[in-house]
Design a protein around this ligand. Structure first.
Ligand code: 5RP
Length: 218
């Protein structure tokens, strides 16, 4: 199986976590795009979705899936999203698609977070993938200097403005041995909106597509 076939397989496998007549939390990215396509096939069985990005909202609306504002929904049974890296402890790096803040918000509301990846995303230790940090524009240089103090090597993702009007620093060369501690530390820097470590609220289930099929890590 090539990587796209794996993404498609794992996206379909996630459908079993979607409850009848529910509102589904939907992430962002190429793996999630396959999930949205699969969700559209069963759209008559759900009430609709809450989206984590403009890109996912547009795709769902085009396919006839109703998209609700998170403020009008008090609970989500499940949130389905991809990741850039995921460990056996179900900690993740996310934000390759710059949607990390809204992803973290929707994930916080959901009862269950189902992470869908192909096996290239599985790692022992987080940090090979540059850590995305969403930053208020005026704080960019300050936050970059703070990230250097934490041992990272920040790069400004030029030309990218997030759905919230902010910028992204991609922090290279971090070896993230304590993801929960670093997630909180970075979020405490003035000007940081959030960072792409998802450890405080990690995944509950990881579905990982391999050549042999979809593996479930619970
Ligand atoms: C977007 C994300 C995505 O989930 C992550 O980048 C993985 O994307 P893909 O499925 O395209 O590899 O966090 O902000």
């Amino acid at each position: 199986m090539d990587q796209n076939e794996k993404k498609k397989a794992v996206a379909h496998a996630a459908l079993k976590y979607v409850e009848q007549d529910s509102i589904v939390g939907v992430g962002t990215g190429s793996t999630v795009n396959y999930f949205i396509d699969a969700l559209a096939e069963i759209k008559h069985k759900i009430e609709g979705a809450v989206s984590s990005s403009t890109a996912s909202t547009e795709r769902m609306k085009k396919l006839g899936i109703e998209v609700f504002d998170l403020n009008s929904v008090d609970q989500l049974s499940v949130y389905i999203d991809g990741a850039d890296e995921v460990t056996e402890h179900k900690h993740m790096i996310k934000g390759g698609g710059a949607a990390l803040t809204q992803e973290k918000i929707v994930a916080a509301v959901a009862k269950k977070f189902v992470c869908i990846v192909d096996d290239s995303k599985r790692v022992g230790v987080l940090g090979k993938f540059p850590l995305p940090v969403e930053v208020i524009p005026m704080a960019r240089s300050y936050v970059a200097r703070e990230m250097v103090k934490l041992g990272g090597d920040p790069a400004y993702r030029e030309g990218v403005i997030t759905d919230n009007g902010n910028v992204i620093l991609d922090v290279h060369n971090l070896e993230i041995l304590d993801p929960r501690e670093l997630e909180q530390k970075i979020n405490n820097i003035a000007g940081v909106v959030t960072n792409g470590i998802f450890a405080m609220r990690g995944a509950d289930v990881v579905l990982s597509a391999t050549d042999k099929g979809v593996e479930t890590i619970e």
